[in-house]
Design a protein around this ligand. Structure first.
Ligand code: C2E
Ligand code: MG
Ligand code: MG
Ligand code: MG
Length: 285
C-alpha cells in the first residue's frame, strides 16, 4: 500500500489508495504550501480570571484556511505536520505571529488596564530543536513583547520525550522570563514527575476533567489538582468551560482562571483586538 514515502519524495495518487490515504496525501502536500501561501491563521481564545471575569490572556490556536475545504482544525493537520516535520516552520510562524499580535494588544489597551498575555502551543519537535530558546528570544525582540507576557503551553506527552535537552531548553526559557504551562494536565503520563523535573508555572486542567466535575469523584479529582498546584505555587486554568454549573464548581474549588465556550470560542485577530480596546465585551457570569 502507499504508505509514507521518504522525505522529499513525491508520492502520487494511485487508484488503489484508500480514500483515507488519498486524503492524507492531499493534506500533506497542501500543508507544505500553506505557509508560503499565507493560508495559516491564528485565532485567539480569551482566558479570564474566574473571580470577576477580567480578560487576562488569550490562547493562540492555529487554523488552516484551505482554499477548497474551508477552515481545517488542528486535530486534523497537526499530527501530519508533526510527522513530516512541517510543524517546525509552522510553529515558528505561529510564535512570531502570536508575539506580534500580543505586542499590538498592549499598545491599544486602555490606559491603566492590566496587560493581556498570550499563550502559544508547542510541539515536541520544536522544543528539541537546538536553538529553540534563541528563536523565542528573537520573536520577543522582533515584536517588543515583554517576555513575561508570553506563555508556552506544553503537553505532557511532549515532556515524556528526551528529558535533558527539553529540560535545558525550558531552563533557558525561564531565564528569559517566559512562562511555561502544562497543557491538558492529567491526560498525559507521569504528570507529577514532570512537575518535579521541569520549571513549570501553570497547569491547564483538561476539559474532560472540567466536564467530569458533575460527579462527586470528578470534583474531588479537580480539587486534588488544585491542591497540588497551590502547594507548588502554580497558577491553574480550567479549560473547556461550557456551562454556568461548571464555572460555579471551578470557582468553588478555587480555580483562578478559565477559558471555554461559556466566555468565548476562539476569535480571529480583529475580534480579539475589539475585546482589548473595549469595543466588544465578554459575557459576565
Ligand atoms: P489545546 O491547546 O488544549 O486547546 C484548546 C482546544 O479546546 C482548542 O481546540 C479550543 O478551540 C477548544 N475549546 C475551547 N473552549 C472549548 C469548549 O468550551 N468546549 C470544547 N469542546 N472545546 C473548547 P483547537 O483550536 O481545535 O485545538 C486543538 C489542539 O490543537 C490544541 O489543544 C493544541 O493542542 C493543538 N494546537 C492548536 N494550535 C496549535 C499550534 O499553534 N501549535 C501546536 N503545536 N499545537 C496547536
Ligand atoms: Mg493549549
Ligand atoms: Mg488544552
Ligand atoms: Mg488539547
Amino acid at each position: 500500500a502507499a504508505k509514507r514515502a521518504g522525505k522529499g519524495r513525491i508520492e502520487l495518487y494511485r487508484p488503489e489508495m484508500s480514500s483515507g490515504q488519498a486524503r492524507r496525501l492531499d493534506l500533506e502536500s497542501g500543508l507544505r504550501q500553506a505557509l508560503d501561501r499565507g493560508e495559516l491563521v491564528l485565532e485567539f481564545q480569551p482566558v479570564v480570571r474566574l473571580r470577576d471575569g477580567a480578560l487576562v490572556s488569550a490562547e493562540a490556536l492555529l487554523r488552516w484556511s484551505h482554499p477548497v475545504r474551508g477552515v481545517v482544525h488542528p486535530e486534523e493537520f497537526i499530527p501530519v505536520a508533526e510527522e513530516t516535520g512541517l510543524i517546525v516552520p509552522m510553529g515558528r510562524w505561529a510564535l512570531r505571529e502570536a508575539c506580534h499580535q500580543a505586542a499590538r494588544w498592549q499598545r491599544v489597551l486602555e490606559p491603566g488596564a492590566d496587560p493581556v498575555a498570550v499563550a502559544v502551543n508547542l510541539s515536541a519537535r520544536q522544543l528539541e530543536l537546538p536553538g529553540f530558546a534563541e528563536d523565542v528570544e528573537a520573536a520577543l525582540a522582533a515584536s517588543a513583547l515583554p517576555p513575561h507576557l508570553l506563555c508556552l503551553e506544553l503537553t505532557e506527552t511532549l515532556l515524556v520525550r528526551d528529558l535533558e535537552p527539553t529540560a535545558a531548553a525550558l531552563r533557558r526559557l525561564k531565564e528569559i522570563g517566559v512562562e511555561i504551562a502544562v497543557d491538558d494536565f492529567g491526560t498525559g503520563y507521569s504528570s507529577l514527575a514532570h512537575l518535579w523535573s521541569f520549571p513549570v508555572d501553570k497547569l491547564k486542567i483538561d476539559r474532560s476533567f472540567v466536564a467530569g466535575m458533575r460527579t462527586e469523584q470528578g470534583e474531588a479529582f479537580v480539587r486534588a489538582i488544585l491542591g497540588l498546584a497551590r502547594s507548588l505555587g502554580l497558577a491553574v486554568v480550567g479549560e473547556g468551560i461550557e456551562t454556568p454549573t461548571q464555572l460555579a464548581a471551578l470557582r468553588a474549588a478555587g480555580c483562578g482562571q478559565g477559558q471555554g465556550a461559556l466566555f468565548s470560542w476562539s476569535l480571529p485577530a480583529p475580534g480579539m483586538l475589539r475585546l482589548i480596546t473595549g469595543e466588544a465585551q465578554l459575557p459576565i457570569w
